[in-house]
Design a protein around this ligand. Structure first.
Ligand code: COA
Length: 265
């Protein structure tokens, strides 16, 4: 990574990217500077939609908080136009996470409130520790979610549950978050969670990176359409994989009864 950051850290461990929100004195709250750093970092990682890493883990520094939301002190004095720009920037980062060409796992430790819950939902799936707390508490501040919460939460947990959570602004503990499908798996410790996330990303990296990218695009772009239109998106992605180097290698390796070595092209 050529850029250095103040509020985030980006490291690579055996080809797996680990992006850590590093503003623990404010429970990793998202202000404009943090959001800009996230944007710069994600754009650099995903340059040209390339496969320079096997996958990405998104987590928060410390045990107490993944991200405790958008920065309330900064939002307090925002005008309507400034708020629009702030929301747009946050949504933009959520889309960068969602559209990464490699798998992205949110590893949630502690609070994932407001913008924290929203950023986690933009990842492919969420792992979380037993102390994780999810919620969209914006109405308690006279606000509503603005980084994608009204849309993604309703898609993940269903409209009724999303409305119940957003209208009340209440916190949701880990078991409820797993039960409603927001969290894929819970872990006793942050260490165990990060190890499992790395293991998963390592394992899938032996599959075709191009095929994973196409499968992700088919799901992301197609799943909210009516089935007929979603199938068209699938067909487009399905056919794009044909005659790729990865497809030639994968099918050839099957015929030759050996392990395929994929290049992601
Ligand atoms: N924006 C700005 N600062 C925040 C923040 C946020 N969303 N969440 C926490 N902080 C800051 C606190 O102001 C405090 O800063 P200070 O030490 O300079 O006073 C620091 O982080 C620690 O937070 P604190 O409230 O003292 O910790 P706690 O353990 O008592 O409570 C929370 C933790 C998460 C329950 C509480 O911080 C909270 O309710 N945060 C806001 C959550 C929220 O509404 N998010 C959605 C925003 S749209």
């Amino acid at each position: 990574m050529s850029t250095s950051f103040k509020f985030i850290r980006y490291e690579e461990d055996n080809g797996i990217g680990v992006l850590t929100l590093d503003r623990p004195d404010k429970l990793n709250a998202l202000n404009s500077d943090v959001i800009l750093e996230l944007k710069t970092c994600l754009e650099e990682i995903n340059k040209d939609g390339s496969f320079t890493i096997k996958g990405l883990i998104f987590t928060g520094e410390g045990e107490k908080s993944f991200i405790a939301g958008a920065d309330i002190s900064e939002m307090q004095t925002m005008s309507k136009d400034e708020a629009y720009k702030f929301g747009w920037m946050g949504q933009n980062v959520s889309l960068l996470l969602e559209d990464m060409s490699v798998p992205v796992i949110a590893c949630v430790n502690g609070f994932a409130l407001g913008g924290g819950c929203e950023m986690a939902m933009a990842c492919d799936f969420i792992y979380a520790t037993e102390n994780a707390i999810f919620g969209q508490p914006e109405v308690k501040l006279g606000l509503i979610p603005g980084f994608g919460g009204t849309q993604r939460l309703a898609k993940v947990v269903g409209r009724a549950k999303a409305k119940e959570l957003i209208y009340s602004g209440r916190n949701m503990k880990i078991d409820e978050a797993v039960a409603c499908g927001l969290v894929l798996e819970k872990f006793a410790t942050k260490g165990a969670m990060l190890t499992s996330a790395k293991k998963y990303l390592e394992k899938v990296s032996y599959n075709s990176p191009l095929a994973i990218k196409l499968a992700k695009k088919a799901i992301n772009d197609g799943v909210d359409l009516v089935t007929k239109d979603g199938l068209e998106v699938e067909l487009d992605c399905f056919s794009k994989g044909f005659q790729s180097e990865d497809m030639k290698e994968g099918t050839q390796a099957f015929v030759e009864k050996r392990k395929a070595i994929f290049k992601g092209c």
